[in-house]
Ligand binder design. Structure first.
Ligand code: PMP
Length: 408
């Protein structure tokens, strides 16, 4: 309850465009202990690596460089070198350790890039639909957000037309591989074309590769990064999905011209990541075979989860429309023709299952039929119950669809 005698301090103008996070306000599952969340987008809890992290941290603490001192603002040099080598071998980026900043997740990387490059009112192009957490950052920087289909547009014709018509973005942000929320991946041609457009129309591509390692089918690795084709791209990555999100280790690779400004804003923000955690992470990453084994088991785990959910949806919601994603954490689905996913949510919550209505991933004119169903946190043996509950929600929904306002 607001205190009636204490006036609320006047908020900065940037807060006006930043509504409370939609996800928190729509996903109350009540007190049901058997509730199933398809909303969160969290790594499988069984895949978090408490014992490994504890052992690696103890090893660091027992050493001469015990990780308890301030470290370099841009990150532990040995970790940056390791990341640089991996960006070269896995993503084709001619990365060097000097271009890498270790960040608190890729989320902080988005924030730092905006601090360096955006003034209020600057145009930022994002994919349609787009990762909600990035939209939140751009809104806080008072960007003029323009949503253009990117992954869904094989020739990027809509973007090119807008650019030719005079659109002049400072930034273009996208998730090129196994995107949040759609699971879509840009093909090689699209990546090259985007790199070419960035050079021709003088904008910076922010390539958020949070899911790039999580292809789920054999031979499904995405093509070289956009940043391998142009130095107009900033490449963001994260160990949240590969190791654990609680270690908060992500990174960015920036072209030479942006390194000094990025160092400056990073210093002002928080002086850098935990030295202790970076050293612990490095121990794990450089242990022989550790990462390959881990990626192998994560891919198998998430493949199983994805397939279980897809099978259960087909069985219990025969009218649902979705494409099985080739990687990542999310299945982007329409439940049945004419059904508004936001309208369905209250019944779904009452049945004990949650999802994120697709409307939250749009800047304007949302596709209200779509929903983001996350399979990453769904034990396969619960997929059938989740789909049954969704079917129950569909059967129970008021008709004709009386609008129920649940968000914002
Ligand atoms: N980018 C995308 C596309 C994401 O889905 C997420 C996590 N939901 C993030 C960035 C942020 O992840 P982190 O900060 O943990 O790396």
């Amino acid at each position: 309850m607001a205190d009636p005698v204490t006036p609320r301090p006047r908020l900065a103008t940037r807060m006006a465009g930043a509504p409370e996070s939609a996800i928190g306000s729509v996903l109350r599952l009540g007190d049901r202990t058997d509730a199933i969340s398809l909303a969160g987008g969290l790594p499988a809890s069984e895949a978090l690596i408490a014992a490994e992290v504890a052992a690696a941290m103890s090893e660091v603490l027992a050493g001469a460089a015990n990780g308890l001192q301030y470290g370099e603002t841009n990150g532990l040099p040995e970790l940056r070198e390791w990341l640089g080598r991996r960006l070269l071998t896995e993503r084709g980026i001619a990365a060097d350790a000097g271009g890498i900043t270790v960040t608190h997740g890729s989320q902080q990387a988005i924030d730092l890039v905006c601090k360096v490059l955006l003034d209020p009112g600057d145009v930022v192009v994002v994919d349609r639909p787009s990762y909600l957490g990035a939209l939140q950052v751009f809104r806080l920087f008072q960007a003029d957000l323009r949503q253009v289909p990117l992954a869904a547009d094989p020739d990027l014709a809509a973007l090119e037309e807008a650019l030719r018509a005079g659109l002049r973005p400072r930034l273009l942000y996208l998730v090129p591989s196994f995107a949040n929320p759609t699971g879509a991946t840009l093909g090689d041609g699209q990546r090259r074309r985007l790199a070419g457009l960035a050079e021709r129309f003088d904008f910076v591509v922010v390539e958020d590769d949070a899911y790039g390692d999580l292809w789920l089918d054999d031979g499904g690795a995405p093509g070289p990064a956009i940043a391998s084709h142009t130095d107009r791209a900033i490449h963001l990555g994260s160990l949240s999905k590969v190791l654990s999100p609680g270690i908060r280790v992500g990174y960015l690779h920036a072209p030479a011209t942006l390194r000094q400004p990025l160092r400056l804003v990073r210093q002002a923000s928080d002086l850098g990541n935990s030295d202790l955690l970076q050293r612990a992470v490095l121990i794990l990453l450089t242990r022989d075979g550790y990462l390959d084994d881990r990626l192998g088991s994560l891919r198998a785990r998430y493949r199983h989860r994805r397939d279980a959910l897809a099978t259960a949806l087909r069985q219990h919601l025969p009218d649902a429309e979705f494409t099985v994603p080739a990687g990542g954490f999310f299945l982007w689905a329409g439940f049945a023709p004419g059904v508004d996913a936001g309208d369905l949510l209250p019944s779904a919550l009452a049945q004990g299952v949650s999802f994120v209505p697709g409307e939250h991933f749009y800047v304007s004119t949302p596709d209200r039929a779509m929903a983001r169903l996350s399979f990453s946190g769904l034990p396969p043996e619960r997929a059938d119950t989740a789909a049954r509950r969704l079917a129950g929600a569909l059967a129970a929904r008021p008709r004709p669809s009386a609008a129920v306002t649940v968000s914002r």
